[in-house]
Design a binder for this molecule. Sequence first.
Ligand SMILES: [Zn+2]
Length: 104
Amino acid sequence: MAKECVSCGGPVRFIGTKVKDGEICAQCRTSISIQVYTDRMQYTGAEIRELIEGYKVMYPEKKGILGNKDDKFDEVRKYRKLCDDGLITEEEYEAKRRQLLELD
Ligand SMILES: [Zn+2]
């Protein structure tokens, strides 16, 4: 009987990766950054899911998610959260914000 991934809700096959409130599947594990993976026991499944969404925004070319100009404010907010969570620095956030809002 497969367990349920606390991040995406999909089945956890073979050995799951432990997080704070359960286990995540292989697909979610490969989607999180190394830094998140290292600290994963501090995150709940829902938080992991949010971080994966942020990661997709950070590396759109890797995940095949194309940036939509209309979503640029949402993207800035996601970067703000990554910065607030300590996953990126204030400088990285500011550089990304300027790039997204085409301020330079
Ligand atoms: Zn999953």
